[in-house]
Ligand binder design. Structure first.
Ligand code: SF4
Length: 656
């Protein structure tokens, strides 16, 4: 079926489901049932149990106010069916909030700030945009993480409490109906709750009652200042940022409930003893969420919003059915697809743009804003429909990584005749190779999605570009730089190793040295360990931060998974020479940062895991070559770059 006709069919299914309403949604799903939040004012009714949690977008103005792009970003989630949209963590202390005057690579440009100087009109139009989209408008308030609880005076703490109360009042005036207070994510209040990070000896420390005091005073202040229901977000047993033990968290929740808190958002999915350790970026669906939210629900009367890596509607529904959670917070999945809820309600789950858990969205794009590696729509035009081409052309896409697949998807949906030529990388390109590494299986969800779309839109896979192609799009990674030490018959490259199967592994010895500057080296080691090899990872990074190119959450998982496979990691080691011997007891000479030299080994094989050239080197170009339009797009192993390339692919394909 032509792409646009297929898209129209999906849109029709979504609007039919919206017309039928929750009671008639396909099957009887708890996810689509309404629920209520009770504060001091009127009861707030939410049309379904999906909550968009507060996520930084980088879309605020440099002065910390809302912007039209921010309104549009949240409006799209409301139109996509979310019941409660919680606007991103809004800071309440302007002087302590770091705003970038210009985009800084990897950092979100600007934070929303709520205080007496905030632009009320911008805040009001943000709340209006969400309410008019059909969702309940909520906003999350947070104290800047930079604040140091250890050195604050009691009068400073008093002024924080006042600032948060004033901010909540400003938000209510602007039209927000729900206020959330974030006491998790290793923020200042989170650190004040924990014994290991709160060493105060005054009434805000010294024992559990003291450590809970700041959080309770903040919550009480907001409850007194507004009539909105107040949600508190906190963490139980959260491995990455050190949550509270379950018993302490339960006592805290009971105290909050007595103070008048209307609901809790519970982060509890990062337990390191979960079976989900195998997953790269956090947890699988359900296990952590079930156990932790279930534990505190026994003693609470108010609703609990379960949070923690919920990807699919089916997984979210299971959490609602298997635990006592009242609602679910769906974060990254809603970044990937703003219409996640509407598609679930319409029974077209296969159409959902999948989140693959890569954490590319946790780092800002080069313009300092949010984005997704699988969804190429811009923040300014989420879900913008594409237009049928009036001049269908033959298009060849070289490379089947995410940028190439996104180009092919959009171009073929517009009626072009597109052939994707994967070349010497598998479907998915660089990311496809990485999906074969233990723990990275989620990456494969993207290729299922793109494969389905391309089949529906009539695109094909080919071995060669048709000679009569009108347009050729090169979406392959550039080859990596030559590395001096990597010379010898027993030296392989990472890309030649990943993706091999058992019968292609015979040439790789048991003891393998894998050398590279970052996460790719660790991932290749996991891959080889899964095939019974004994890898040693050799990286120039420090013991504390061996994989600086990976997101901290990924890096930590990688370290744990390598330890689980008993892979050695040699840090502060830059390879300088590979020496082969006739007995296959090869040696790797490395240099330390202090200039000393060490010889490692023996090894049978070395893998050069420098990877592919970095994207800054990929200059987008669009030129006529021998009468054929040639577009260079590129691909990368770095997810924040892939995100930029996917967005670029989307925009180019809309206009080709
Ligand atoms: S960037 Fe990655 S983690 Fe973030 S929403 Fe997209 S697929 Fe999910």
């Amino acid at each position: 079926m032509p792409g646009l006709a297929r898209m129209a069919e999906v849109t029709r299914a979504i609007s039919d489901a919206a017309r039928r309403g929750p009671a008639q949604a396909k099957g009887r799903w708890l996810l689509h049932e309404p629920w209520t939040l009770v504060g001091r004012g009127p009861t707030v009714t939410l049309k379904n149990r999906v909550v968009m949690p507060a996520i930084p977008t980088g879309l605020a103005s440099p002065g910390g106010d809302g912007t039209p792009a921010m309104n549009e970003w949240y409006r799209a989630r409301g139109v996509g069916g979310v019941g409660l949209v919680l606007v991103e963590p809004a800071h309440v202390l302007r002087d302590c909030t770091r705003q970038q005057s210009a985009p800084v690579p990897g950092e979100f440009k600007a934070r929303l700030v709520i205080d007496a100087k905030s632009g009320r009109e911008a805040l009001r139009s943000l709340a209006d945009a969400i309410r008019m989209s059909g969702a309940v408008a909520g906003i999350a308030l947070v104290l800047p993480a930079e604040l140091d609880i250890a050195v604050l005076t009691q009068s400073q703490i008093k002024s924080w409490v006042l600032s948060v109360s004033i901010a909540s009042n400003i938000c209510e005036d602007a039209g927000f109906e729900v206020i959330e207070l974030i006491f998790s994510d290793d923020g200042a209040v989170h650190r004040s709750l924990r014994r290991n990070s709160n060493r105060r000896t005054d009434r805000f420390g010294r024992g559990e009652t003291g450590r809970f005091r700041l959080a309770r005073e903040l919550a009480r202040g907001v409850i007194a200042a507004t009539t909105c229901p107040v949600i508190v977000k906190f963490a139980i047993d959260q491995r990455r940022w050190g949550g509270l033990p379950a018993e302490a968290a339960t006592r805290l929740a009971v105290a909050f409930q007595e103070d008048g808190v209307a609901a809790f958002e519970v982060v509890g999915g990062d337990r390191w003893d979960d079976a989900s350790l195998l997953l790269s970026c956090g947890v699988g669906e359900g296990p952590g969420v079930s156990r932790t939210s279930g534990a505190i629900h026994e003693v609470l009367r108010v609703p609990i919003i379960a949070s923690g890596r919920l990807l699919s509607p089916t997984g979210a529904e299971e959490v609602l059915r298997d635990t006592n959670a009242t609602a679910v917070a769906v974060g990254r999945a809603l970044i990937a697809d703003p219409s996640w809820v509407a598609k679930a309600r319409a029974g077209v789950e296969d159409e959902i743009i999948p989140c693959i858990g890569c954490l590319g969205c946790h780092v800002a794009t080069d313009d300092g804003t949010i984005g997704c590696v699988v969804n190429g729509d811009g923040v300014e035009d989420p879900g913008r429909t594409v237009e049928q081409t009036s001049r269908p052309m033959k298009i060849a896409v070289l490379g089947a990584g995410l940028p190439g697949l996104e180009f092919a998807r959009v171009a073929s949906s517009r009626g072009h005749d597109v052939t994707v030529i994967p070349g010497n990388l598998p479907l998915g390109g660089v990311t496809g190779l990485r999906s074969s590494i233990p723990g990275n299986a989620e990456f494969g969800r993207a290729f299922l999605y793109f494969g389905d779309r391309l089949r529906e839109y009539g695109s094909g896979l080919g071995d060669d570009a048709a000679t009569d192609a009108d347009v050729v799009v090169d979406a392959r990674p550039l080859p990596g730089p030559k590395v001096g030490w990597a010379v010898g018959r027993s030296v392989l490259t990472a890309s030649s190793v990943l993706g091999r199967d058992l019968h292609q592994m015979y040439g790789i010895g048991r003891r393998v040295a894998i050398c590279g500057p970052g996460a790719l080296a660790g991932e290749v080691a996991l891959f080889l360990a899964g095939w019974g090899r004994r890898p040693t990872v050799v990286v120039p990074g420090t013991a504390e931060n061996p994989f600086p190119d990976a997101h901290p959450m990924h890096a930590q998982r990688l370290v744990e998974r390598l330890a689980g496979y008993k892979c050695d990691v040699v840090t502060d080691a830059t390879p300088v020479k590979w020496t082969e011997t006739i007995e296959r007891k090869h040696k790797l000479t490395v240099q330390r940062s202090d200039g000393t030299v060490t010889v490692l080994g023996p090894f049978q094989t070395a893998v050069e895991a420098t990877g592919w050239s970095e994207p800054e080197l990929i200059r987008p170009s669009d030129a006529l070559v021998n009468g054929i339009r040639a577009i260079v797009l590129g691909d990368s192993q770095n997810f924040s770059t892939v995100r930029t390339l996917v967005h670029r692919a989307n925009q180019l394909a809309r206009n080709v």
